[in-house]
Ligand binder design. Sequence first.
Ligand code: NAI
Ligand code: 15L
Length: 281
Amino acid sequence: MAGTAPRFGRLLLTGAAGMLGRQLTPDLADQADELVLSDLPALTPAGGVAASPRWQACDLGDRAAVRTLLEGVDAVVHLGGVSYEKPFELVLPANIVGVFNLYEAARLAGTKRIIFASSNHVTGCWGVDERITSADAPRPDGYYGLSKLYGEGMASLYWDRYGIESVCLRIGTATPEPIDHRSLSSWISPRDLAQLVRCALTAPEVGFLVAFGMSRNTRAWWDPQPAWRQLGYRPQDDAEAFAAKVEQIRFEPGSAPARRQGGIFLALGPFPPLNDDKESA
Ligand code: NAI
Ligand code: 15L
């Protein structure tokens, strides 16, 4: 059944002081009547935003604070959290507990839709010679990728049980330009990412959806259909245009980062215990 595109009253952007938060803030300003920016208390919001959005600091690990943050929020672009492979204890508060806090607060607040910044590291253990769809088994490449898989599971649960829509974007390498040979497959350009997030916010009746976040790369590992079709996302850029510049920047041939899609994350871990926990040593 064809529906109408939602238009949100209050839109919340978490992780607003981070790299992608700053990049996306100007694009989000006209996506809702009010844009609320949030990040850890010690940080500052992105500057130069036309629509003078509100700033509300919040640690995602603090359940009560997240509950307050979500009050009156219709939709969320959830970028906040640990964005790199780290020991489990460091991933846990923001990416596991924080995602629970966010979805539970969204349920209580009557939030309609969450755009969850998932990651290609959910599928990072697939080989670089393999092509996958979002229906294939996940195969996370570390605790960070596993935390994103947990987030996708939370999104699925809260759609099936409570009717909160989610679009989980398995973002590839979101940089101004491809940075190495690997990113000729995984890159998403700034303008394609802006379009993808906009589509995820405005596409009607998304329910629970997982979509790869990349440009229309010639060397793509991920078959993005039919999620892109459902979202109406039509990427404009292809990393191939930068091939001559970065083709030679490669991992050591035969190494795990060279063989698997997750790249350098495959060289991180196992980690020594963070505290004096002799049993786990
Ligand atoms: P980033 O590390 O620059 O930004 C993440 C933000 O989350 C930071 O500003 C940080 O202060 C905030 N944050 C961390 N812990 C928090 C907590 N406990 N409470 C509240 N805020 C907290 O990361 P970036 O590159 O901007 O990525 C944004 C999102 O997109 C992340 O969730 C990341 O995992 C995801 N992503 C990014 C990709 C990329 O290429 N940049 C690729 C795939 C996924
Ligand atoms: C991610 O999930 C990270 O947040 C980002 O820093 C990059 O490492 C990106 O994946 C990537 O795989 O290139």
